[in-house]
Design a protein around this ligand. Structure first.
Ligand code: A3P
Ligand code: MG
Ligand code: MG
Length: 369
C-alpha cells in the first residue's frame, strides 16, 4: 500500500498565533464561457452590477431555466488553455508553486472550521509546479447522496433553491456597463431567461506565506467597469443569496456561511459581496453590501466568534508548504478530507504520469512549445 501522509487540522489553536503574509491577488489573465459554454479568450461574459428592485420573486422563470449540464469532468482545462495563451503572449512560462481552481483553495482554507466537509482532490507535480483538481467522481457521488436524502415535507426542492441564486444574478446584473444600458433593459430583468451557461473567469497570481500560486475562478460581476490600467485593483462583486435572519439560530447559520463567502472572495481579491436576503419562499426582500476584508473582524467582535480568518490563512500556508515537501515526484496524489476527521490525508493513487489533471494541449505546449 502506498505511504499515507497526514496533516493535522486539529487543534486549530496552533495556527492562531502565526501571521502568514499574503499577497494581494492580481489578475494576470481571464477567459469567458459564452451562452453555449464555449471558451473564449476574452471578457465577453463579464457582467456589471446594478441593484435589483426589491421585493422580487426569485421563483419566476424556473420552468425556462437554461441549466448547464456540469456532469462531465472538465479537470483544469479552461484554466490551462488560458495559461497557454498567456505564456505564448508573454514569451515565458509562469513560475509558481501551485496552480488550481479557486474552489479547491476555498475548501483548504475553511477546513479548520468546517469539520463536516468531506472532499477529495487529485494532485500532480509537473515541471516544478503542483497542479490540483477536484476528484470529480467523489463530487458526483456526494451530490447524489445529498439529493437522495428524503426531503422534509413542505421543504423547497434543492433545484429550485439553487435556481434562486442564478435568478438573483439575472435581476442584479447587466451585460454592458450601466451607462451603456437602456433603461428598458434594466426594468425588464425580472423577465429575462435565467441561464448559467455564461461565466467570466479571472486568473490571479497570489501567495500564502512562502507559497506562490495561480488560481482561477468565476467572478460574478464588476461594480462599475474594469479599469484599463492593469495595475489597478478591480471592483469585483460577488453575489450571494441567503435566508433572511430572524432569530439567533439563523444568525449562527449565517455567520458560518460568511466563512465560505469570505474565503471565496478573498482568494480572488473580490472586495465586495452583495447579499440578497430572501424569505423561505424565495422572495428577495433586501440587500446588504459587505466589505470582504471586514467580514472576519465582524464575525469575531460583533458576532459569535465562530471562526477566525487569520487562522484559515495560516493553516493554508502551513499545509501548502508542507505539501510541497510531500509531492516531490511524479504520479497522481490524492488529497482528502473525511467528514469529522481531524486531519488531511495524502497518498499516491497512480505511480507515474499525471492522470487527466493536465490537458494534452498543456503538456504538449510545455514540453515542445
Ligand atoms: P447563491 O450562492 O446565492 O445560493 P456563486 O455564489 O458561487 O456565484 O454561485 C451562484 C449560484 O449557483 C448560487 O447562488 C447557487 O444558486 C448556485 N450554486 C452554487 N454552488 C452550488 C451547489 N454546490 N449546489 C447547488 N447550487 C449551487
Ligand atoms: Mg458565481
Ligand atoms: Mg455568487
Amino acid at each position: 500500500m502506498a505511504q499515507h501522509h497526514f496533516f493535522d487540522i486539529k487543534p486549530v489553536g496552533r495556527f492562531a498565533g502565526q501571521n502568514a503574509a499574503i499577497r494581494r491577488p492580481r489578475e494576470i489573465t481571464f477567459f469567458s464561457f459564452d451562452e453555449d459554454h464555449r471558451l473564449r479568450h476574452d471578457a465577453s461574459s463579464l457582467r456589471y452590477y446594478y441593484p435589483p428592485a426589491v421585493p422580487c420573486d426569485l421563483n419566476k422563470g424556473f420552468d425556462t431555466f437554461r441549466q448547464l449540464d456540469d456532469s462531465a469532468d472538465d479537470h483544469l482545462d479552461g484554466l490551462l488553455d488560458a495559461l497557454i495563451l498567456y505564456e505564448k503572449e508573454k514569451g515565458n512560462k509562469v513560475d509558481t508553486d501551485i496552480i488550481t481552481w479557486r474552489g479547491m483553495m476555498t475548501k483548504i482554507m475553511v477546513a479548520p472550521f468546517s469539520s463536516f466537509d468531506d472532499w477529495e482532490m487529485n494532485a500532480t507535480l509537473f515541471q516544478g509546479t503542483i497542479f490540483i483538481e477536484e476528484n470529480h467522481s467523489k463530487k458526483v457521488a456526494s451530490r447524489e447522496h445529498q439529493f437522495s436524502e428524503v426531503a422534509r415535507p413542505g421543504a423547497m426542492s434543492q433545484d429550485l433553491m439553487s435556481f434562486w441564486g442564478y435568478k438573483f444574478e439575472t435581476v442584479s446584473l447587466l451585460p454592458e456597463p450601466w451607462s451603456a444600458t437602456p433603461r428598458e433593459y434594466i426594468d425588464s430583468r425580472e423577465d429575462q431567461i435565467v441561464s448559467n451557461y455564461a461565466q467570466y473567469c479571472s486568473i490571479v497570481r497570489t501567495g500564502f506565506g512562502k507559497v506562490k500560486m495561480i488560481i482561477g475562478g468565476e467572478v460574478d460581476a464588476v461594480m462599475d467597469f474594469k479599469p484599463e490600467d492593469k495595475s489597478q485593483p478591480v471592483n469585483w462583486v460577488e453575489l450571494k443569496t441567503t435566508a433572511a435572519v430572524t432569530n439567533e439560530r439563523e444568525q449562527i447559520k449565517f455567520e458560518r456561511k460568511l466563512l465560505k463567502f469570505w474565503a471565496q472572495s478573498f482568494l480572488l481579491g473580490v472586495p465586495k459581496i452583495v447579499v440578497g436576503y430572501r424569505t423561505s419562499q424565495g422572495i428577495l426582500e433586501y440587500l446588504e453590501e459587505l466589505d470582504t476584508q471586514s467580514i472576519p473582524e465582524k464575525v469575531r467582535v460583533k458576532g459569535n466568534n465562530l471562526w477566525d480568518g487569520q487562522t484559515c490563512i495560516n493553516f493554508a500556508s502551513s499545509f501548502l508548504e508542507w505539501l510541497k515537501g510531500v509531492i516531490t515526484e511524479g504520479g497522481v496524489w490524492r488529497i482528502q478530507k473525511r467528514d469529522k476527521s481531524p486531519r488531511l490525508e495524502i497518498f499516491k493513487v497512480e505511480e507515474t504520469g499525471h492522470g487527466d489533471i493536465l490537458s494534452p494541449a498543456f503538456v504538449e505546449w510545455r514540453t515542445h512549445g
